[in-house]
Write a protein that binds this ligand. Structure first.
Ligand code: VGL
Ligand code: ZN
Length: 229
């Protein structure tokens, strides 16, 4: 597993990083794409997306390490319907051999829609990972682009910080949250989705994907279980 390999490569002292620390110290919070375009009024708004922000703000105090992701596309990104002739949002095309949902233009680099919501508390955030910059390839996961050609460096960062478990929340549950969570498991992290701190574009689709995540060893957790700690 990558985590183990990185541990070896960085010569981590298991003692220093893993022993005697509370579980939560080894547990990072990954907040996915709380950007205006995914919030009510945005171009790819997730219904009630704004309602999870206070919950995300509340659980942050239970984590020592917090990472945010930010969808960050060039204006001519191939995941946009507008980049293809005679296509409309939510059509599905083949892009480099793989199915690609075409989206409305969203999270264009430097635009207001791409900005992280001011309602999200970010004082405790150590790292903002940007993704989706390659015009040709979409990037739902915070770890890799959809073709796994490029890593964002997030796995190495987390591993160097002694993280072995990630809790994932944010938008959208059925895309960026789900694929980040699946990649976390693939990379050897324990992973859980904070179920009341995420909202889906298509809740039915998310139900199916959540089952696949749990089948793979992922967990579903409620924010209330942190608040009880
Ligand atoms: C997302 C679709 C396109 C997400 C990003 O954040 O879930 N979904 N780009
Ligand atoms: Zn996107």
């Amino acid at each position: 597993k990558l985590v183990e390999r990185l541990r070896d490569e960085f010569h981590f002292e298991e003692k220093l990083y893993f022993e005697g620390t509370s579980n939560i110290k080894n547990n990072a919070l990954i907040i996915i794409d709380i950007q205006y375009d995914f919030l009510p009024g945005g171009s790819l708004a997730v219904q009630d997306g704004n309602k999870i922000i206070p919950i995300i703000n509340k659980i942050q105090e239970h984590f020592d390490l917090i990472v945010i992701t930010q969808d960050w596309h060039p204006a001519n990104h191939k995941s946009f319907a507008s980049s293809h002739k005679d296509k409309k949002p939510y059509d599905i095309i083949k892009l480099h051999g793989a199915d690609q949902v075409l989206w409305p233009v969203h999270c264009v680099q430097g635009s207001r829609g791409a900005a992280i919501s001011k309602q999200l508390e970010t004082q405790k955030t150590s790292l903002i990972i940007r993704k989706g910059m390659n015009t040709e390839i979409d990037s739902y996961s915070g770890f890799f682009d959809n073709e796994r050609l490029n890593s964002t460096g997030l796995a190495g960062f987390l591993t160097e910080k002694g993280i072995n478990k990630v809790s994932i929340c944010g938008l959208a549950a059925d895309f960026c949250v789900f694929y980040t969570a699946m990649d976390a498991l693939d990379l050897g992290f324990e992973a859980e989705i904070v179920i009341d701190a995420t909202k889906a574009i298509d809740p039915d689709e998310f139900k199916i994907k959540l089952e696949a995540f749990k089948e793979k060893g992922g967990k579903e957790i409620s924010s209330t279980s942190f608040l009880l700690k």
